[in-house]
Design a protein around this ligand. Structure first.
Ligand code: PLP
Length: 432
C-alpha cells in the first residue's frame, strides 16, 4: 500500500471494496455471529492462525473498518472500538492497572472521568494521584511512585482548553517505564497526533468531533505499538493465557501472540469479550460517515471559533476568554508547537454577571443549543460549573480552575455572523 496522506485515509483508510462485494460505501454487517464452516476452520479462527470473525462482541467487519481507519489517521499500530468514550477510558486505564497500582493524572479532566476516578477506581483497588496540569516536569517526575502504572492526560483539557507539554511528559513516563495515555477527544487526529510526540495509547470519545454529527455514542482506543509491555511492570501482558493457545494448544501471552497490538487486543479479548461494552455496526457506520469530512469540519469550526473569540474579546460582558492561541494565554507557546492548525472549537469565557444573569443568558440564546456534546456541527453553550462539571464539589472545581462565571462554548458549522449576533442579543437581554 502506498503511504497515503491524512485526507485520503479519512475517506478510504482500512477499506478495500474487493473484500466486500465491491461495495463503495462500507456495508453495515448486521450480524451477531458468523458461520465457522468446519471445526478445522473454527480452530484456526480461535487460535488466530486465520483472521476472521466468530461473534460480533469480539469483532465485526464494519467496526473493523472504523478501527483500522482511526489507527491509520492516528499513526498507530492498532485500534479497538468500544461503546463510548467512557468505556475507552475505563478499559485503557484498567488494562494498565488491573489488579492494583496507581494512575497519575491531573485536576483538568472531563467531568465524567473526574468523577469516575474519584469514586469507582479506588473502590476497585486502583489509586489515583492528581496534580495540576501546569506542574513542572520535575513535579510530575516526583509524583510518579513505585507502583504508578501510567500517566493519563487530556491533550486539550475540558472545559478550559488548557495545554500541557506532551513530548516532555511522554519522556518522563518512559524514563519510569510507564506509558503515557492521552485523551485526544477535543483535538481529533486532524489537529493533533499524540503518538508522534511519544504517547503510547490514545483514547477518544468518538461521540464528539470525530463523528461531529451528534447521532451516536462511541469510543476508540489506539496504541502506538512501541511501548514495551514486557518490561516487568505489567504481568497481565506476559502471563500465559489458556484462551490464547495456538493451533498446537501451546499457551501464549498477549505480548507473544499479538506483538505490536498487545494493548488493544487484550482489551478486545478480555474486556470486550467479558465486560462487553461493544460498539454496534450501525453506530460504527455513522462514525465512518462523520470521519469522511473530519478535516473540512474541524478547519471551519476553528475558523468560526476565531471569529467568535474576536467578538467576545471586544464585548464588555466578557471578563476573560480562555483559548491557547490568544496573546495573553500562558499556553501560547505550547499552542504554536503542538497545534499549528488551531486548538479546536471548545473553549470557555468568563461572563460578567450574577448566577441569575448566567441562567438568563443561557435561556436567551436562540441558535446555540444548551447541551453538552462538544465538536458537534451545531454550536452549543453550557454553564460548565453547574452542568458538564457539576459532579465536582466547589473545592474540586477550584483545583480544576473552573471559575463560577465560566461559560463553555463549542462552535459548530453555522455562519459565524449568526452565532455572534445570537450571543450579542442574549448578552443584551441577560444584562438588562
Ligand atoms: C465526552 C467526553 C468523554 C466521554 O465520552 P462519551 O462518548 O460521552 O462516553 C471523555 N473524554 C472527553 C474529553 C469528553 O469530552
Amino acid at each position: 500500500m502506498p503511504e497515503y496522506k491524512f485526507d485520503t485515509l479519512k475517506v478510504r483508510g482500512g477499506y478495500n471494496p474487493i473484500d466486500h462485494n465491491y461495495a463503495v460505501s462500507v456495508p453495515i454487517y448486521a450480524t451477531a455471529s458468523y458461520e465457522a464452516g468446519t471445526t478445522e476452520r473454527f480452530d484456526r479462527l480461535r487460535s488466530g492462525a486465520e483472521l476472521g470473525y466468530l461473534y460480533s462482541r469480539i469483532g465485526n467487519p464494519t467496526v473493523s473498518v472504523l478501527e483500522e481507519r482511526v489507527a491509520q489517521l492516528e499513526g498507530g499500530s492498532a485500534a479497538v472500538a468500544v461503546a463510548s468514550g467512557m468505556a475507552a477510558i475505563t478499559y485503557a486505564l484498567l488494562n494498565v492497572a488491573q489488579g492494583g497500582g496507581r494512575i497519575l493524572t491531573t485536576h483538568q479532566l472531563y467531568g465524567g472521568t473526574a468523577d469516575a476516578i474519584k469514586k469507582l477506581y479506588p473502590a476497585s483497588g486502583i489509586a489515583i494521584d492528581k496534580i495540576d496540569s501546569d506542574s513542572s516536569i520535575e513535579e510530575i517526575a516526583s509524583a510518579i511512585k513505585e507502583d504508578t502504572k501510567a500517566i493519563f492526560i487530556e491533550s486539550i483539557s475540558n472545559p478550559n482548553a488548557v495545554l500541557v507539554d506532551i513530548e516532555a511528559i511522554a519522556k518522563v513516563a518512559h524514563d519510569h517505564d510507564i506509558p503515557l495515555i492521552v485523551d485526544n477527544t477535543f483535538a481529533t487526529p486532524y489537529l493533533f497526533s499524540p503518538i508522534s510526540y511519544g504517547a503510547d495509547v490514545v483514547v477518544y470519545s468518538a461521540t464528539k468531533a470525530l463523528n461531529g454529527h451528534g447521532n451516536a455514542i462511541a469510543g476508540l482506543i489506539v496504541e502506538s505499538g512501541k511501548f514495551n509491555w514486557a518490561n516487568g511492570k505489567f504481568p497481565q501482558f506476559t502471563e500465559k493465557y489458556y484462551t490464547l493457545r495456538d493451533l498446537n494448544d501451546v499457551e501464549r501471552s498477549f505480548v507473544e501472540a499479538f506483538p505490536g497490538a498487545s494493548f488493544v487486543t487484550r482489551i478486545r479479548l478480555e474486556y470486550l469479550a467479558y465486560f462487553g461494552a461493544v460498539l454496534g455496526p450501525f453506530d460504527a457506520y455513522l462514525i465512518l460517515i462523520g470521519l469522511e469530512t473530519l478535516s473540512e469540519r474541524v478547519a471551519k469550526q476553528v475558523a468560526n471559533t476565531e471569529k467568535v473569540i474576536r467578538f467576545l474579546k471586544g464585548h464588555s460582558a466578557v471578563v476573560w476568554v480562555s483559548y491557547p492561541t490568544l496573546e495573553e494565554s500562558p499556553y501560547k507557546t505550547l499552542a504554536e508547537k503542538y497545534f499549528p492548525k488551531g486548538v479546536g472549537s471548545t473553549f470557555t469565557f468568563g461572563f460578567n454577571g450574577s448566577d441569575e444573569q448566567i441562567s438568563k443568558l443561557i435561556s436567551s440564546v436562540k441558535l446555540f443549543s444548551y447541551q453538552a456534546n462538544v465538536g458537534d456541527a451545531r454550536s452549543l453553550i453550557i454553564n460548565s460549573p453547574k452542568a458538564t462539571h457539576g459532579e465536582l464539589t466547589p473545592e474540586e472545581q477550584k483545583l480544576a480552575k473552573i471559575a463560577p462565571e465560566t461559560i463553555r462554548l463549542s462552535i459548530g458549522l453555522e455562519d459565524a455572523d449568526d452565532l455572534i449576533n445570537d450571543l450579542k442579543q442574549a448578552f443584551e437581554i441577560s444584562l438588562r
